[in-house]
Design a binder for this molecule. Structure first.
Ligand SMILES: [Zn+2]
Length: 163
């Protein structure tokens, strides 16, 4: 747990703020943020684990914000990458395709991954969210203070004036 967050709840609330800021920057509306629960115990293998999932029906995006083995808070860069991936599912939706004699649902296709990369590029360009990419661990705690202050400012005046 980072020194800045006294409780897991504080950390999780901050993750939610990052999520909503990412939605704002990627100009997508109507999504809600959930913390992935139910994996209280560390996993044995870190291959092929679910980092997050999304509901196209409800717009709920669920993200695992803890590392798989030790259940420590993940870096904000990896949380934001997962967020960029899950948001892309709402921008490039799954589609049905007839493939080798049967109908399959394609969720992760080239245009989808192109969208994910575009999302990450946009988030990296953002003055607040960009700070969390490629930042050494030691610096991260300091940035958190600045970024959360900046976020509160930008959310209070940005949301009002927009269509
Ligand atoms: Zn996916």
């Amino acid at each position: 747990m980072s020194l800045l967050f006294r409780t897991h709840e504080e950390f999780e609330i901050f993750c939610g703020q990052l999520f909503h800021l990412a939605c704002d920057r990627l100009k997508i509306r109507g999504l809600s943020f959930k913390i992935m629960t139910g994996r209280q115990k560390p996993v044995k293998s870190i291959n092929n684990i679910t980092l997050g999932y999304t509901s196209l029906k409800t717009g709920a995006v669920t993200i695992d914000v803890y590392t798989p083995k030790n259940r420590k808070p993940k870096s904000f860069a990896s949380i934001l990458r997962t967020i960029a991936h899950e948001i892309a599912h709402h921008q490039k939706k799954p589609y049905r395709q007839f493939y080798r004699g049967r109908w399959i649902i394609r969720k992760h296709y080239p245009a989808f991954y192109h969208r994910v990369n575009k999302n990450i590029t946009q988030l990296k360009k953002d003055v607040i969210l960009g700070q969390y990419f490629n930042t050494p661990n030691k610096k991260r705690e300091l940035l958190t203070t600045d970024a959360s202050a900046g976020f509160l400012d930008s959310s209070s005046d940005k949301r009002l004036g927009k269509d």
